[in-house]
Design a protein around this ligand. Structure first.
Ligand code: GDP
Ligand code: IMO
Ligand code: MG
Length: 427
């Protein structure tokens, strides 16, 4: 029996979907525990590409249970679309959605757009209604999945909420008119379609642990987007760190045996906010093109930069990673000189602890360790077959630097998007 968590250690898009799919083969239950349709997790199986926003990345193993936990904010329309599009491919997920998960409503998506418009400093959100939905959850105005299957309750809640939202839109100078009846009708319809999936998912997971099953928890976003510990206010609105895995799925921290930190071999970020190692030059563009660094959810170009160990080490401290899965190292192949940020210079000080003050972070200048790169690799097949030892020497030095700086062992090296393009050091 074991609980394993897979978490992003940077600003998201580290390859959590791929790594979750890889570990899903050993799991019985796969759980998403936070975030919502802001996430975009890509999995490549043979020649087919799957992109999931809500469904856990274990869903391609339909014999396993897939769970959307209470900490997720669910857009029911998108969930239905994802289930239906999998159905067209002959995959019928064994899915359970927490009755306690909060629901993204039309006014959340509208408010996400309005807030961005009126805000002085834009966050660059995905405009999927994530922040407004989590705000309502905390304000106790939220609609939960179980409400969609209870007409009387949903009607009561909407009667209370809609006039308040209407006033807020008016105060913002928006002429949006919210129709309670239309929203009620639409969301009851979603409730009908999703009823069979709605369940007490914390109980299902507890039963799985009792039955000595393996439970895999799939994080969305990344540690630096965490609402408490990330680059606030340039963060998402959920708890993306290990602690959030327990509250977002309703399990005890004592059940978690492994916490895998997914580390992209360089850094990317979508949206606004400081990114100390950002490369605004042709190397940055080269990494973006080679790594296909364009958002899975919004298609926006991802900002790219050198690997930042101040960031990764901070993520290791917050999450207590038991090992790291380093992804996309293949993308750096052929670059003659590589840099890894080992500290920041802030005014006349050298700092290695990630600062909380966003204005300090903006002024931090990276101090780099320079390393020689390795030749471009045309044929990975032989290398993958023979494992870590046959990797180019300079690639091993790069990986060893990550491990010695973070004091966390590397368990996985991912060298391509496919399932088989994975070197498993723990096997
Ligand atoms: P996630 O949000 O953390 O699941 O990551 P995304 O799916 O948004 O972005 C990662 C992208 O990189 C996807 O297109 C993956 O298919 C791809 N990918 C994952 N691992 C590797 C790798 O090791 N090498 C390369 N070249 N691509 C990878
Ligand atoms: P995955 O799970 C990268 C970013 C947005 C924005 C900020 C707030 O694929 O790694 P939000 O819509 O959450 O209120 O936006 O967070 N963001 C992500 N960046 N990967 C993600 O998810 C992200 N989810 C949100 O770009 O800067
Ligand atoms: Mg993504």
């Amino acid at each position: 029996m074991s609980g394993t968590m897979i978490l992003g250690s940077q600003w998201g898009d580290e390859g959590k979907g791929k790594i979750t799919d890889y570990f899903a083969k050993k799991a019985d239950v796969i759980v998403r525990f936070q975030g919502g349709t802001n996430a975009g997790h890509t999995i490549v199986v043979k020649d087919e590409k799957f992109k999931f926003h809500l469904l856990p990345s274990g869903v391609l193993h339909p014999e396993k249970k897939s769970i959307i936990g209470n900490g997720v904010v669910v857009d029911p329309r998108v969930l239905i679309d994802e289930i239906e599009s999998l159905g067209k491919k002959g995959i019928s997920p064994n899915l359970f959605v927490s009755e306690r998960a909060n629901v993204i409503m039309p006014y959340h998506k509208m408010m996400d757009v309005v807030e961005e418009k009126l805000r002085g400093k834009k966050i660059g959100t995905t405009k999927r209604g994530i922040g407004p939905c989590y705000s309502d959850k905390i304000s106790r105005y939220g609609i939960r999945m179980m409400d969609l299957t209870d007409e009387k309750l949903l009607e009561e809640k909407l009667s209370q909420i809609i006039p308040i939202k209407q006033k807020i839109f008016q105060a913002f100078g928006e002429d949006t008119v919210l129709s309670k009846d239309e929203i009620l009708k639409e969301y009851l319809e979603y409730g009908k379609k999703l009823k069979k999936y709605v369940a007490d998912t914390s109980l299902i997971i507890a039963q799985a642990f009792d039955d000595k099953k393996n439970v895999l928890l799939e994080g969305a976003q990344g540690t630096l987007l965490d609402i408490d510990h990330g680059t606030y206010p340039y963060t998402t609105s959920s708890s993306t760190v290990a602690g959030g895995g327990c509250t977002g799925s309703g399990i005890s921290p004592l059940k978690i045996k492994e916490i895998i930190g997914v580390v992209k071999a360089y850094t990317t970020r979508v949206g606004e906010g400081p990114l100390p190692t950002e490369l605004k030059d042709e190397t940055g563009q080269h990494i973006r093109d080679r790594g296909g660094e364009y958002g899975t959810t919004t298609g926006r170009p991802r900002r790219c930069g050198w690997l930042d160990m101040v960031v990764v080490n901070y993520a290791c401290r917050l999450n207590g990673f038991t090992f790291l899965a380093v992804t996309k190292i293949d993308v750096l192949s052929g670059i003659k000189k590589l840099k890894i940020c080992k500290a920041y210079r802030y005014e006349d000080k050298i700092i290695t602890v990630f600062p909380a003050n966003i204005n300090v972070l903006k002024k931090c200048v990276p101090i780099y360790e320079e390393m020689d790169g390795w030749e471009d690799i045309k044929d990975w097949k032989e290398i993958i077959k023979n494992g870590y030892n046959v990797l180019p020497e300079n690639m091993k030095k790069y990986l060893e630097y990550i491990s010695s700086s973070s004091k966390v062992p590397i368990g996985i090296v991912s060298v391509g998007p496919g399932r088989e393009e994975t070197i498993d050091l723990k096997r």
